[in-house]
Design a protein around this ligand. Sequence first.
Ligand code: AMP
Length: 450
Amino acid sequence: MQIGRWNHQSAGNHSGSSGSSHGGRPYSPRPHEKGADAFSQGKPSRGGRASRFPSRGGYGSRGGYRGRGGVRRGGFGSFGQTEAEISKFMNKTVVTTEEPVFVPEHTFSDFDINEHLKKNILARKYELPTPIQDKAIPHALLGQDVVGLAETGTGKTAAFLIPLIDKVMKQKGERILVMAPTRELAVQIEKELAGFARGLGFRGMVAVGGANIGPQISQLKHEPAFVIGTPGRLKDLMERRALNLSGFGTVVLDEADRMLDMGFIDDMRFILGKMRKERHTLFFSATMSKDIERLIGDFLTSPVVISVKKRDTPSSVDQDVVRIPSGKDKFEVLAEMLKDRAFSRVLVFGRTKFGVEKLAKALSRRHIHAESIHGNKTHGARIRALEAFKSGKVSVLVATDVAARGLDIPAVSHVINYDLPSTYEDYIHRIGRTGRATLKGKALTFVQGR
Ligand code: AMP
C-alpha cells in the first residue's frame, strides 16, 4: 500500500493497474478476508509433494466428477476448465518477494463516527478495516480529498460510504453524489448504503439509465441524501432540472477509469463542472492513466493518494495441480494423500454443502479425522468444527468457499481444492488460507479427466 499527497510529478508512482507496477505493500488477508491479494510469482513447479500423486494411474476407480463448463459466476461453472486456467494453479516463476501481512492501524471502533453507524458496521460482520478503509477513512473524515487506487474486492465502497454516512449524520442537509459506471455497480452501492444506514433516518436513491426516468424524478423531489447514478442519466436529470447539484457538497467518483473507458468523460466533466468548487471529492480508480491524472488535477484539491493493489497469488504459497485421470477416484487420491504426516493441517475445499458434509464423513470412516464447515451447519456447530481443527484435534477441515471466507487459521499446511473453484478470485481466496504470516504453505488443485 502506498499513501501520499497528490503530485503530478510523482503520479507515475501510482500508475499501473496490474501486477507489473505493483504499488507497494499489498494486503494479506486478515480475519475479514478482504481482497486476498498478491501478484504473480512463485517457484518452479515442484516435483516434490504433488509428484507423489501422479497424473497417470494409481488411485482408485470411481471417477465421476466433471467440471461443468461455461457459466462463470452465479452458475455451476468452474475455473480450471482449460489448460491455460489450470496453469494458474501452478507456480511458474521464482519467488522474489515476501509480502508483509497487513495489520490495520485502526479498528472500526477507533473511528470518530456515529455510534449507530458503528453498530451497523458490526452487524454487517466487518471486523477490521481493509487497507483502503484503514487508510482512506481517517482522511475522508477530516474532509480531505482522497484518490483511492483500488479495485473491486478491496472494500473501496465502504471506504467512502462510512465517512460520508457519518458526514450526513453530522451535517444536517449534507447531500452526496456518487457517480458509478454501471447500473449494477450503482445498485450495489445503494444496497451497501442501505445496510450501513439502517435506522439512521435518511434516504439514498439510484439514478441510472435503462430504467424509467419518471420515478427517479419523483424520488429526487424528496431530496435524498445520497444520489447514486451513472453519468449519462445524472446529466439527463440535470438537464431536465430534476437534479440541482448546488446542494451537493460531496462527490464520489467510483471506478473512474471504467467511466472513462465507457465514454463518460464529457458527462463527468459536465457534472463536476456544475458542482461548487469548494467541495469534498473522493475518487476511486483501479488504474492510473494520463486522462485519470488530468481529471484528478482538474477536479480534486491536494488529495491524499492511497494505492492498494490486489496481488494475483500469495507469494508464500507453493501451488501445484494433482491430475486425476478419467476413471480414477479422486476420493482415493485424497485419502491416500492425507495419510502423509506432512499434511498436518489441511483445509479441503468442496463446492457444495452436501458434498462437503459427505466428504468429511467419508474421510472419517477411513480414520482420517475430518470436520466440516458449511452453510447447513449451525453457527455453534461451525465454531466447534473450527476449534477442533485449530486445536489439532482433527487435521482436516472440509469447507465450502462461503464458509471459509474470513477464517483466520494459523499454520494451515495445505489447501486442497478437491472441487475446482468457481472463479480465479475464489481460488485466490482459498489458497490465501495457507502460507499466512511468515509461514510457507502448499496449495494443490485436483484436476480430473485430463
Ligand atoms: P468492494 O471492494 O467495496 O466491492 O467490497 C467487496 C466486498 O467486501 C463486499 O462484499 C463488502 O461487503 C466486503 N467488505 C468490505 N469491507 C469489508 C470489511 N472491512 N470486512 C469484511 N468484508 C468487507
